[in-house]
Design a protein around this ligand. Sequence first.
Ligand SMILES: Cc1cc2nc3c(=O)[nH]c(=O)nc-3n(C[C@H](O)[C@H](O)[C@H](O)COP(=O)(O)O)c2cc1C
Length: 281
Amino acid sequence: MKINIPVEETIKKRSSVRTYEERNLSATDKEKLMQFADNLSNPFGEKVNFHFIEKATDGNGEKLGTYGVIKGATSFIGVSVSDTEFGLEAVGYEFENLILYATHMGLGTVWLAGTFNRKQFLSGMEIKDDELFPAISPVGYPLEKKRFIEAVMRKLVKSDQRNPWHMLFFKNDFSTPLTQKEAGIYAIPLEMLRLAPSAINAQPWRIVKEGDVFHFYETHSAKTKEYEKSIKRIDLGIGISHFHQASLERGLSGRFEKRSQQKIQIPPNTKYIISWVPEKE
Ligand SMILES: Cc1cc2nc3c(=O)[nH]c(=O)nc-3n(C[C@H](O)[C@H](O)[C@H](O)COP(=O)(O)O)c2cc1C
């Protein structure tokens, strides 16, 4: 379902915020955000659960449990899901839609899957023993001035840059780049996916257009650990959210489903996830 905000505009506006005013989210903002969260869905048919908590900062305004990465924020949203085939992709999709909504409201957010202490955040959240608890984000009022640690982090993973088209999008096989012209009406949805945030800005998404169908893949290196691969599944869900929401905004409908990969030679360390099948007029 299309989320009710200007999607392209919001995607272009969003960037990670790690420094906040030291105050809780207002009651009105909290209600607006959580009501929106309650009505979210995802194309994978998984149930994604959101958990809102408020946590005091320590004396220096640093958020306990974020290893000094977050300052000022006292309101957080955690996300949990069952450990199913598309659980983590669904988390990426739905939480990103919530993050885009928060961005539209003028709030700051940042996906945290690595630099947060699960144990410290678990208390106060009703997460079941058999659920995954892969990520949280602060939600609050951004402070314009970035701290040194934040600037260093952004520089380290080149947060302001994204990979070019020819590294990400292909035609029929993984060796022929797809041009913007060839992407046609899907050039904008693909561009919106390209702008998506990902853990350590790795941008693990690859897309092959075969006929009218777009196949989505996750890529990693031979050394990537299992736990890192699971975070990349979240990244894929985020990219798919941008692609899907931008498509819907342009009036392009279709469905996600698994498609045969027989004709496509998939490179090593690359995993097929799902395909977008446009609706025929
Ligand atoms: C799934 C996911 C996990 C992330 N985990 C962390 C994290 O643990 N700590 C952190 O500081 N940033 C984290 N980030 C933020 C990324 O570093 C950031 O999105 C990326 O560098 C692009 O920058 P931008 O969001 O400002 O466009 C994460 C992002 C994603 C999508």
